[in-house]
Design a protein around this ligand. Structure first.
Ligand SMILES: [Fe+2]
Length: 307
């Protein structure tokens, strides 16, 4: 059996889950990642799974000042060589072909996990399609991922943040009303590891490790193949509840500092989501729920002109 993600198990064991590391893969020419197939995928996805804007951004871009692209989703992908755009198609595991691909990759990772490692769960995929010289601003992601570069080049800057000096615990709290972009300063680069990725290269990106990315002189296609371990799921639930409590004026300890309080928050989260989740099946109801609970910002990635 071929392993699509070809990493040295010693690199994995030395670095996972807290440090990034580079590897190679054999999926750059896979049939799921050419532009016509990606247009087909984009057309099949609900509009709130697609986010796109101009790629002419700075690493520290404030989301509110992000220029939009005045093209449909389909036209943006069709014209990606010239239209200076950045796009992500989220949750591509909803398409059975991409779901099977993600499962194949992560099953192969699971088979090579050390005996004492946590299981990988909640598989998801995010595909990035961007014009040459596009920037993904500084941000964090609430999952672990194997990032694969599929077409074009990318400079991927990842930042050591163990002391929370670049991104604070408060900034790590999770709320749909928060914009993804985090505040950035050029001095942060002292703590950066920069991976120069070409098609066929990949990196492991740890949970909530800050990063920003810029494409090279060609358009770029890449994918984050993501999962969550039980402890990541738990930290996310606590950070979600902490954001809600902070909004109510009750600042909270970071996950792990007060295990008994974490337990209560996880239980409260599970109860609330058992009620809300069945209502989130359609795009319209998701949009209403986000607006109701988290305000207009939670639907920030809709542009009425594009919708
Ligand atoms: Fe990211």
């Amino acid at each position: 059996m071929t392993n699509h993600l070809q990493y040295d198990p010693r690199d994995f064991n030395q670095n996972y889950p807290t440090r990034s590391f580079a590897y190679t893969h054999d999926v750059a020419k896979h049939r799921l990642f050419n532009l016509p197939r990606l247009i087909e995928l984009a057309k099949s996805m609900d509009r709130d799974r697609i986010e796109y804007n101009s790629g002419d951004l700075e690493p520290g871009q404030a989301y509110e000042d992000t220029p939009k692209i005045d093209l449909s989703v389909e036209e943006t992908i069709r014209q990606i060589e010239d239209c200076h755009a950045w796009m992500v198609i989220k949750n591509v595991e909803q398409d059975p072909d991409y779901k099977a691909f993600i499962k194949t990759c992560l099953d192969q990772v699971s088979e090579r996990l050390p005996d004492d490692a946590e299981p990988l769960e909640d598989f998801q995929g995010f595909i990035f399609i961007s014009s040459a010289n596009s920037t993904t601003p500084f941000h964090i992601d609430a999952e672990e991922n194997f990032f694969v570069q599929l077409h074009g080049d990318k400079s991927f800057h990842v930042f050591e943040n163990d002391d929370c000096k670049l991104v604070s615990e408060e900034a790590m709290e999770i709320s749909p009303s928060k914009f993804r972009n985090m505040s950035y300063s050029p001095e942060f680069e002292n703590r950066a590891t920069v991976y120069e990725l070409e098609a066929g290269d990949g990196i492991f990106v740890p949970y909530m490790m800050p990063h920003w990315v810029r494409t090279g002189d060609q358009y770029s296609i890449s994918m984050a193949i993501t999962w969550k371990t039980p402890s990541v799921l738990r930290r996310n639930k606590v950070r979600f509840m902490n954001a809600m409590l902070r909004q109510a004026g009750l600042a909270q300890a970071a996950p792990g500092k007060k295990p008994w309080a974490d337990g209560l928050k996880v239980a409260a989260f599970n109860m609330a989501f058992a009620v809300i989740n069945p209502l989130r099946k359609s795009e319209k109801s998701r949009r209403i729920i986000r607006k109701l609970f988290f305000g207009r910002n939670a639907n920030y990635y809709y542009n009425e002109k594009q919708a």
